[in-house]
Write a protein that binds this ligand. Structure first.
Ligand code: ZN
Length: 267
């Protein structure tokens, strides 16, 4: 069984949805997507520039989490995957300190460093991994784009890799951040040793199913693209770039840990 960690609804389908479908349909692998930062926002909402900006952009009211969870479930169904959604953890834009102060009030802070008062990194370490005894592979965001929620999930995956040495841990390229020039290379700098690229060849059907699944993320499409057609074109152009302009592929990065105590990417 393969477990895909998704910081937000849409991250796994956008970044590696064709692989999820391919693994299930071509190799009979059971794939589970664990979506983490998708809980309901607090009431009242933190009154911050980023909450105002994103709620206006998503245009789905003051309680977008429920709809985003629904979009996620529908997309997973198309990908032949099972989805598990954590409903108690919220997106970073809603998280506050113990004193109730917003931790990530603006656009710069959500792409900055993890706030020292953010309770989530420690909470995740105490969270049991579903299906652990059946898992062969764990997939996590590489951290491209530096979104704090993606950094937190990446760090959790590195921690899990240390705890479970037999588990193969692969990092996917966070799309659409990954299409920016040099963004993947910048994300690599976090890791102390080299990463090995793992290219997933795909069938035409895998790509088609991925694009179909993504149509369910109606609230998010408008954040990044002017239309579904533009989204489809951009995604395929990136996948072609990854496949060396020959074919459409998705790329993962495997961190090879040595046997020393000093683990990759951890300080
Ligand atoms: Zn995300």
């Amino acid at each position: 069984m393969r477990l895909f960690l998704s910081p937000h609804p849409d991250d796994v389908p956008l970044s590696c949805g064709a692989t999820v479908y391919h693994l299930r349909e071509s190799q009979g692998e059971a794939c589970v997507i664990l979506t983490l930062m998708s809980g309901d926002p607090p009431d009242p909402l933190p009154d911050t520039p980023i909450v105002r900006e994103l709620h206006a952009r998503w245009a789905i009211g003051d309680h977008p989490a429920a709809l985003r969870r629904e979009e996620d479930e529908q997309a997973a169904l198309v990908l032949s995957a099972k989805t598990i959604i954590h409903t108690r953890v919220t997106d970073c834009i809603y998280r506050t300190s113990a004193k109730g102060e917003p931790l990530y009030p603006d656009g710069a802070s959500i792409f900055g460093t993890i706030h020292p008062d953010d309770p989530l990194p420690l909470a995740l370490i105490a969270t049991p991994l579903p299906y652990l005894d059946q898992l062969t592979h764990l997939y996590a965001p590489l951290g491209v784009g530096n979104h704090v929620d993606h950094q937190i999930v990446r760090d959790w995956a590195l921690q899990l890799a240390r705890q479970h040495p037999t588990l193969e841990v692969w990092f996917y390229e966070d799309y659409p951040y990954s299409e920016q020039e040099s963004a993947v290379e910048t994300a690599h700098k976090f890791y102390r040793t080299s990463l090995t690229p793992m290219l997933q060849p795909l069938r035409e059907m895998d790509v088609l199913i991925k694009l179909t699944a993504l149509q369910h993320y109606r609230s998010q499409i408008s954040s990044f693209w002017s239309s579904i057609e533009e989204m489809d074109q951009k995604i395929q152009a990136y996948m072609r770039r990854v496949g060396g302009q020959q074919q459409l592929m998705e790329r993962f990065w495997r961190v090879q840990f040595d046997n020393s105590k000093d683990r990759e990417g951890e300080s």
